[in-house]
Structures are given as structure tokens and as C-alpha cells.
Design a protein around this ligand. Structure first.
Ligand code: TXA
Ligand code: MG
Length: 362
């Protein structure tokens, strides 16, 4: 890859990244840079793109070798399928064997946006994209830069979250460089991710919608299109021997190095509980809501207001990564309310905690 001069990163993240430390090119959303990203993708190589939920690691979904590169770079289990991104609804036809009425209504209402729909896969999408399943997960991202890249590439893009498998999803360019600097040819910087958690993933059964992963499109919003239910694996560990409707449900995810324990209870009960543990436990941190740090006798990080689920979604992954930077060994995390977008926040933090939950009185 020819080398371009280092480009400073300018976004709401105040950090300016000095690219001389990396072999990864940092591209802007300018037409010239989008053309360059597109050329890289057409050669069957990988580019980090900004789909507005979180950053994705993209490759031409119709090119098997390119898709294999995604699994290799992320260290992703081969049985975990990828989401295919298109830039407008008219592009979907070659890639699905069927586009049922409920899916069309979902597309009309929520695309572009943070919703992924699982549909029967056509032969145009290699089996490896879908980890051998007969279905394919499809979405149209909200970020205009992501759509411009897909359109210019002229092919659908397979893109999982741009993190190393198992670590928190990236919401800034800096997060991806921390995970895989130099191992990916380029990043197109679209600023901080707006939603902050991955898209809602749904399956369609007859005229019903089943939420396999909660996200920015909430069950209440889906309900406006057709009856919607939330899969039990969203809030419960998968039962021993059960087949995951979405293979991503099987894995521990979004986890920092520290052990995370989710704590349900009032701010006062949380502070008292952490206070009791503080004397005996080294490397103890608290992850709590804005303004609730008072009375907690260990270092605290916050991830939004208790009643502001959108802010929590926006900040959770950054907070989990910051905990790693502090060297935290054990983190007690205040539990979010699983309402609306909060269900996505609850699902991610529950998985980061490996379903380890303590419920306090009061
Ligand atoms: O917001 C997002 O969805 C981001 C951006 C980059 O688009 N992508 C993302 O991809 O989060 P990933 O690979 O980290 O998560 C995809 C999830 C996984 O849990 C996977 O198991 C599930 O979607 N999935 C993909 N294809 C599927 C299929 N055919 N059937 C069931 N689940 C599927
Ligand atoms: Mg992921």
C-alpha cells in the first residue's frame, strides 16, 4: 500500500492520533479518500468503516478470500456469521432468496438505521459470510459516509464490529487502533459513533418479529410494524446444549480484561455494597451513573445518567475500554434499566459480566 502523509484525527474525541505509529492509513470522508477506501475494498482488502452504530471491519461480501480476511484479523470464531451492508433497499434483490412483506415494512420504516434483518440467503452471498447458515443478515447503515463507500464500491460489504473478537466494540478510530493497529490497511474516520451499541438484529417468523440482539431500534418501535418478541437469550444465558438462534449469543462479549459484576439496587445500596468490599479487594473500580459517585470509596467511572439510556448506549463501550486502561481487576457495575434502548445497554453489560449479577435489597 503506498503511504500517505499522516492525517490528524479531528472529532469529538479530543485525542489526535499520530499515524506514524501505524501502518494503517487514516482516511477522511472526502471524495478522494472514499475513492481510495473503495479501491482497497475492490482489491479484496479490509477497511474500517463508520456505520454510526459502532465501527465495522468491512470487506467485499461477494469475495470469499476477502471475507476470510475478516475472520482472521479479528480472531473471530468461524461459526459466527457476518452482517452484510447495502446502501439502498433496491440493492437487496440479488442477495436474498426471499424478501417477505414484514421485512419490506421494516425496511421502509427503519432503513437506513440501526436494524439488521435476517433473511433467506441467495447464492450470491458465499456460505462463509453466514457461517454456513441458509440465512443472511442485512442492513443499511445510517451514516452517509458508510453508504457512500458501499455505493462507490459497487458491492455489498460484510462487516462485523471492528474490534478484536471478545473485546468491547469500537466507537472511535482510536479504539480500533488500540486493538489492531497496523493489521488493517485503512480506516475511514466518520467521527464518534452516534448510537454507540450495535444494531438491533431481528429474525422474521411468519408475520412475527423476533429480537435476537437489542439495539437502537427498540422492541416498542418494532411493535409498530408487527408483533415483536424478545428472545430469551437476550437477557439469560443460553441453556446448555441449546442451539443459538444467533451464533453471537454463545460468546462472552464486550468484555474488558477485568472481571465485571453487574449490581442491581438503588444508588445508596450500591455505594454501601462497594464500600463493604473496598477494604478487602485490590484493583476494585465502580462503573456507575453520572452524579452517583458520591459515597463510593473506590475510583469510579460513569457511563451516562441513570435515566438516559441513549447516553448510556453512547458511552458504555468507551467506559469498558477505559477500565482496561486503569488496570482495574474487578468492576462492580451499576445496572441500567432495561427499558427502550436501555435493553441494549443491559444486554451488553450483562454479557460483559458473563451474566454475573448481584441483586441488593433496597
Ligand atoms: O451495528 C452493527 O450491527 C455492526 C455494524 C458494523 O454494522 N455490526 C456488528 O456485527 O455488530 P457483529 O458481527 O459484531 O454482530 C453480528 C451479530 C452476531 O451476533 C451474529 O451472530 C449475528 O449478528 N448474525 C449475523 N448473521 C446472522 C444470521 N444469518 N443468523 C443469525 N444471526 C446472525
Ligand atoms: Mg461484534
Amino acid at each position: 500500500m503506498p503511504s500517505s502523509p499522516p492525517i490528524g484525527l479531528k472529532n469529538s474525541n479530543p485525542q489526535v492520533i499520530d499515524m506514524k505509529d501505524y501502518n494503517t492509513r487514516l482516511l477522511t470522508p472526502s471524495p478522494a479518500d472514499i475513492a481510495e477506501a473503495t479501491a482497497i475494498l475492490r482489491q479484496g482488502e479490509l477497511v474500517w468503516i463508520p456505520p454510526s452504530t459502532i465501527y465495522g471491519l468491512a470487506a467485499d461480501a461477494t469475495n470469499e478470500a476477502a471475507v476470510a480476511g475478516i475472520f482472521k484479523a479479528k480472531g473471530r470464531p468461524q461459526d459466527n456469521p457476518l452482517i452484510v451492508h447495502i446502501s439502498e433497499v433496491a440493492e437487496i434483490t440479488p442477495y436474498v432468496a426471499e424478501f417477505p412483506a414484514v421485512a419490506k415494512r421494516l425496511a421502509d420504516k427503519f432503513w437506513p438505521g440501526p436494524l439488521t434483518v435476517i433473511l433467506p440467503r441467495s447464492e450470491q452471498i458465499p456460505a462463509s459470510v453466514s457461517a454456513g447458515l441458509s440465512t443472511v443478515a442485512i442492513r443499511i447503515p445510517a451514516h452517509p459516509v458508510a453508504r457512500a463507500i458501499i455505493k462507490a464500491a459497487g458491492c455489498p460489504l460484510a462487516a462485523p464490529s471492528g474490534n478484536l473478537s471478545g473485546s468491547p466494540s469500537p466507537t472511535t478510530a482510536a479504539h480500533m487502533l488500540a486493538d489492531m493497529a497496523g493489521r488493517i490497511p485503512a480506516i475511514v474516520d466518520g467521527g464518534d459513533s452516534q448510537v454507540g451499541v450495535e444494531s438491533t438484529v431481528v429474525a422474521i417468523k411468519g408475520d412475527k418479529i423476533r429480537v435476537l440482539r437489542p439495539g437502537g431500534v427498540t422492541p416498542e418501535m418494532l411493535q409498530q410494524v408487527a408483533p415483536a418478541e424478545v428472545a430469551s437469550a437476550v437477557t439469560n444465558p443460553l441453556e446448555e446444549g441449546a442451539v443459538a438462534a444467533s451464533p453471537g449469543m454463545k460468546y462472552k462479549h464486550y468484555a474488558p480484561q477485568a472481571r465485571v459484576v453487574l449490581v442491581k439496587g438503588s444508588p445508596a445500596a450500591f455505594a454501601a455494597f462497594v464500600g463493604e468490599k473496598a477494604a478487602t479487594q485490590e484493583g476494585l473500580y465502580a462503573l456507575c451513573f453520572d452524579g452517583e459517585e458520591e459515597g463510593i470509596p473506590v475510583p469510579c467511572l460513569t457511563y451516562g445518567g441513570r435515566a438516559d439510556a441513549a447516553d448510556q448506549a453512547h458511552r458504555l463501550f468507551t467506559a469498558l475500554r477505559q477500565l482496561d486502561d486503569t488496570g482495574a481487576r474487578l468492576v462492580y457495575a451499576a445496572c441500567p434499566s432495561p427499558e427502550g434502548v436501555g435493553l441494549a445497554v443491559y444486554n451488553r453489560i450483562l454479557r460483559a459480566a458473563g451474566f454475573e449479577v448481584i441483586t441488593l435489597d433496597g
